[in-house]
Structures are given as C-alpha cells and as structure tokens.
Design a protein. Structure first.
Length: 314
C-alpha cells in the first residue's frame, strides 16, 4: 500500500520527558488514541511508524522521535450513492457538517435504503473523488431539521464520540410548543424508557434511563397558547425533547406522536411536522483543538409557523 491509500497522517514528537516511553503510551497521552484504534493501526504497513519505520505499540521511543499514525481509507460500500442537494455548513479534511432538512432520514434503515442523507453525502464525496466512510456523530429524527456532524476519519469519529459522552459537545435546539412552560426557564429531569403498551413511543418513568433537558422560553404567543423555546440536552435519549416537552404540558406543535391529547389543530397543520430545529452545535475540533461553533437558520416552514403564531391565528 502507498500513502495515497491512507488519510492525512497525524504525528507527534517525543520529548525528553517521554524518552523511553512505549509508543502506545505516547499516542494515548498526546493524541488520545483509543486502544481499539491502535489495534486497527497495527494491521496496515504504514499505520504505525516511528521515524518512518513500522513499529509495535510496545516499542520504546527516544527524544526527538517522530511517531506517526495513518488510517487506511474506507468507503461506505453498503450505501448507494444518490445525488441530492446538500446544505453544507462546514467541511475540511476531518469533518462535514450538514444542515439537514425535515423529512430526510440520516442513515439507511430497513425499508429505507435510498433517499437518506447518507446516500447524498456518499454521492457528494464520490463526485469529488474522495474515499470516505459515512460516520455521523449523532442523528436527528426524520422530521427534525438542523445540523448533523459527520466524521471523515476513524480518529475524528472516536474523538468526537468521546466529547459527546463527556457532555463536551453543546447542542442547542429551537422548538415551537403548545402552551407556555412554567417556569419560563428550567430543567426537565425525567428518566425515559419505552412505553410498555406502545413500544414505539417513549415515556417518562421512574425506572427509565437518566434524561435531562434544559429549556428557556424565547417567546410566548396568544396569551400563552403557544411558545418558542430554546433547549440544551444534557443526555441524548431517543425522542428526548419531544417526550420531555409533553411531560411538562408543552408538546411540540406538529408532533403526531407526542402531540396534544385533543388532537392536532390549525397550528399543527401549518407546521406540517414536529416544530423542532437543531440550530447550533459547538465542540473542540479534534485536530486543530480549536473550540468551534456552527449555526443553522430557522428553515422556511418553521418561519411560516413563527409568523402564524406572531399574528395570533391559532
């Protein structure tokens, strides 16, 4: 294999204090490389080198040695390339951030092998001659719009997954809900699990998984008949925002699964889908170590809903 078969290499230089350390220790300390990734790196010719020579993870380094890792390029061979318009917010050698429209599934599932964000991204990379595997860091529901982060290498995926688990990725959402939250700003700390009677739904239950949502009311419409809220997740359970908002008496407008018990009304019809948008995301870039933030403006359908609510036509 040649260097063209690998992604851009990552290198660190051993200092005097690191003289005599094992290769694995240097990489774990300076790059945060996981043991799983180290095991993969050992399998390829140029995956793990010191001063250009292939080494074992147990080998010792000396002051000034250059330790380099290279990850073999991978394709998403199980995802069919499909042309589609993509709203790309940011891209470099390591990341792709896309503003996903409502109605688009992130990853192929049983019965949805095409027409997903993954199909479009794989086609986009193929057209550019890039060999990259589709690795989303997180997912959004089909009918939720907003930012989706996709890692372009195994290392970047590992690093961002660890940030996500450590609550170091700040995801903020905007939602339009029925009624008015009380108090205006607060935290919903309600464990979530499947509804035993309707397994496709989630409910707040004492025996569920720890789930925490912080919210802040941004606007109130029609004397409290509807509100706009901004939300920050501390955990990432399935349907968490939708379940927690319903739990405090403020179900999302347009949400057919967790909507008001009395059924959908005019505002729900105007929304046409659950009124939830992933409006911003911030994290530390795994390579540059720079703290970065991206935002996505409210899409046209939710702007129409916002105007409808502002005009009091409920």
């Amino acid at each position: 294999m040649s260097e063209l078969d690998y992604y851009k290499p990552l290198s660190v230089t051993a200092t005097e204090r690191e003289d005599g350390m094992q290769v694995r220790t240097i990489l774990e300390r300076k790059l945060g490389v996981s043991r799983k990734l180290l095991s993969r790196l050992k399998l390829t010719e140029l995956g793990l080198t010191v001063n250009g020579e292939r080494v074992y993870t147990s080998d010792r380094v000396h002051t000034g040695d250059i330790v380099t890792i290279r990850m073999e390029k991978e394709r998403s061979d199980d995802i069919l390339p499909e042309p589609m318009p993509l709203d790309i917010v940011f891209e470099d050698d390591d990341l792709l951030i896309v503003n996903k429209p409502a109605g688009l599934i992130v990853h192929p599932t049983h019965g949805h092998y095409t027409g997903t964000l993954a199909n479009g991204v794989v086609h986009y990379w193929a057209e550019r001659g890039e060999i990259v595997r589709f690795r989303p860091i997180h997912r959004l529901d089909e009918h939720t719009s907003g930012l989706v982060v996709i890692a372009k290498t195994p290392y970047v995926h590992q690093q961002l997954s660890e940030q996500l688990q450590a609550d170091e990725i700040e995801k903020r959402y905007l939602a339009f809900v029925h009624n008015k939250p009380e108090p205006n700003t607060g935290t919903v700390n309600g464990p979530i699990d499947r509804d035993p009677e309707r397994p496709h739904l989630r409910i707040v239950t004492p025996d569920g998984y720890a789930s925490v949502t912080h919210y802040e009311t941004a606007a109130v419409y029609g004397d409290g008949k509807a509100s706009c809220v901004r939300l920050k997740l501390e955990t990432g359970r399935t349907h968490q925002i939708r379940v927690h908002m319903k739990h405090i008496g403020c179900p999302l407008i347009g949400d057919e699964m967790y909507g008001p018990d009395g059924g959908l009304g005019e505002a729900d019809e105007v929304a046409g889908r659950q009124a939830l948008h992933a409006e911003s995301i911030a994290f530390t870039h795994p390579i540059t170590r720079e703290r970065m933030k991206w935002t996505a403006a409210l899409p046209d359908d939710l702007r129409r809903l916002e105007l409808y609510l502002q005009e009091g036509k409920r």
